[in-house]
Design a protein around this ligand. Structure first.
Ligand code: ZN
Ligand code: ZN
Length: 171
């Protein structure tokens, strides 16, 4: 029989304060490196934080409830990744850094870097390979925004969390 506190945590949709396996203390650690690809996007995360049982159980939990959702919002809408800005829907793109609308011939696919800063956890470094353009003004490589890039980023994040062995549901 499950203990009462288990059901209480579960009903409240919260992360447990102790290991569900043995009741031991949870310690914060970070995944050195995890990686996943989806569609046209390859995503690497460096320093993904998680909670793990101090007694050696292998369950890896998110550092707080809803953390995977925070990560996704920060990745897609946080402005932490170099990504060109659409000027009008369906229109020209402008450089995220210098607002130039002129692009120089360059690779169609490339790698950009960013850092996710979320409250009360160490920064998480990102590397994203995907469709890019090169600004003619400042030479910065940047992702080309689109619905499919958003979808692939989101799917790649889910894959990277899974690859890291991070549990994002309660049990
Ligand atoms: Zn444990
Ligand atoms: Zn620029």
């Amino acid at each position: 029989m499950k203990r009462l506190w288990y059901w209480r945590w579960r009903l409240l949709g919260r992360e447990p304060e102790h290991c569900l396996g043995c009741g031991g203390p949870l310690a914060r650690q970070a995944v050195a490196w995890c990686h996943a690809s989806a569609g046209q996007i390859e995503l690497s995360l460096q320093g993904l934080p998680f909670l793990v049982c101090g007694n050696g159980c292998t369950d890896r939990r998110q550092p707080r409830p809803g953390f995977a959702g925070e990560l996704e919002r920060a990745l897609l809408d946080g402005g932490h990744l170099p990504m060109a800005h659409p000027t009008v829907p369906g229109g020209a793109l402008s450089c995220y850094a210098c607002a130039s609308r002129v692009w120089r011939p360059g690779p169609d696919s490339g790698e950009v870097h960013g850092t996710l800063r979320l409250p009360s956890v160490p920064a998480i470094d990102l590397t994203v390979r995907g469709p890019v353009r090169t600004c003619n003004g400042c030479a910065r490589l940047q992702l080309i925004p689109s619905d499919s890039v958003r979808r692939d980023l989101s799917a790649a994040l889910a894959g990277a969390l899974e690859a890291a062995g991070l549990r994002t549901t309660f049990r």
